[in-house]
Design a protein around this ligand. Structure first.
Ligand SMILES: O=C(O)CCC(=O)C(=O)O
Ligand SMILES: [Fe+2]
Length: 311
């Protein structure tokens, strides 16, 4: 679904709610995308220190594909220190000052966005199908039973080629659990979610049994719900907004991939006082402080506070 600039914000919000995603073409300028990509290449890619990674939430040095692309994507680049990576820090902040991107996020969340996490990909080894609510739980005193909806954004910093490992979503899969699907499908999905939570809590290796059960159940649910993969065509400056409940992932780049997939993803929750954020892999809840200002300064830190080896 691609919407031109004349679509009203009401239409856009209802499409987002119906489909679970929204693709805004050319939302960001090519120059800021290129600036951030170049800052990654000159400052971050050349860094030899261990940095936090998306795949295992561990500190690792870069790993490279046979084509020389970093394929262990970075986690929480929004928390990078200005002294360590000044150009990257500056371009990242400039990119996130885009008012229309902020307005989309705010509309879809129906509240002021809190920055939860971010990732930088030059390449990857693919991301298994999942939905983000299995990793991040946000709650506050009023709604601790029901998780607060979160959203993700996927930003293309360059034109993304098929062979470089494209991002996909399963449209409408975020509606699981509602009357749109029958009881059997909803129950299967509930079981999948439970196994998911178990395997995340145990860690991938220890929870291998749950992981295998999770993968099998997911295949079954996708088949009976008749969901089909959709690969948005992501070009420089395009931003895909997606629900924290929608199933998504990315393909493994083909072996001979000569192209990178420079992209940024980030996740947000609506700001509420007394809110707690729990990252599945750590377990310990984190409180969002109340003194923070705009959404760029809503920086969250994983618990336990991670080693600042970039001081
Ligand atoms: O781009 C990818 O490979 C996965 C990103 C993702 O799962 C996310 O940002 O939620
Ligand atoms: Fe995700």
């Amino acid at each position: 679904m691609i919407i031109n600039a004349t679509a009203t914000s009401i239409n856009i919000t209802s499409l987002f709610q119906e489909q679970g995603y929204f693709l805004a073409k050319r939302l960001l300028s090519k120059s800021i995308c290129l600036e951030l990509k170049n800052a990654f290449l000159s400052e971050v890619k050349t860094c030899t220190k261990p940095l936090l990674r998306q795949r295992n939430v561990e500190y690792e040095t870069h790993r490279f594909s046979s084509s020389g692309f970093m394929n262990n994507p970075l986690l929480d680049v929004h928390n990078y220190n200005c002294n360590a990576f000044p150009k990257f820090y500056c371009s990242f902040n400039t990119l996130f000052t885009c008012q229309s991107m902020y307005d989309f996020i705010k509309n879809f969340l129906n509240g002021e966005p809190v920055f939860l996490q971010s990732m930088y990909f030059e390449s990857s080894r693919g991301t298994t199908t999942h939905y983000d609510h299995s990793f991040i739980k946000v709650s506050n005193q009023d709604t601790h039973i029901l998780p607060i909806p979160i959203i993700g954004i996927w930003i293309a910093l360059e034109d993304i080629e098929d062979s470089s490992g494209k991002f996909f979503v399963y449209p409408q899969s975020h509606k699981i659990g509602t009357s749109k699907y029958n009881t059997k499908t909803n129950e299967l999905f509930a079981k999948y979610s439970q196994y998911c939570a178990e395997s995340i809590d145990k860690g991938y290796n220890k929870g291998l049994r749950s992981v295998i059960q999770t993968e099998n159940l997911l295949k079954e649910v996708i088949s009976i719900a008749k969901w089909e993969k959709y690969y948005p065509n992501m070009e420089t400056g395009d931003v895909l907004f997606f629900s924290g409940l929608i199933l998504h992932g990315s393909d493994r780049p083909v072996n001979s991939a000569k192209t990178s997939r420079n992209s940024i993803t980030a996740h947000f929750a609506p700001y509420k006082e007394g809110q707690e954020i729990k990252f599945g892999l750590h377990g310990e809840p984190l409180k969002v402080s109340t003194h923070v200002g705009n959404f760029l300064s809503h920086k969250t830190h994983r618990y336990p506070p991670f080693r600042q080896n970039l001081a």
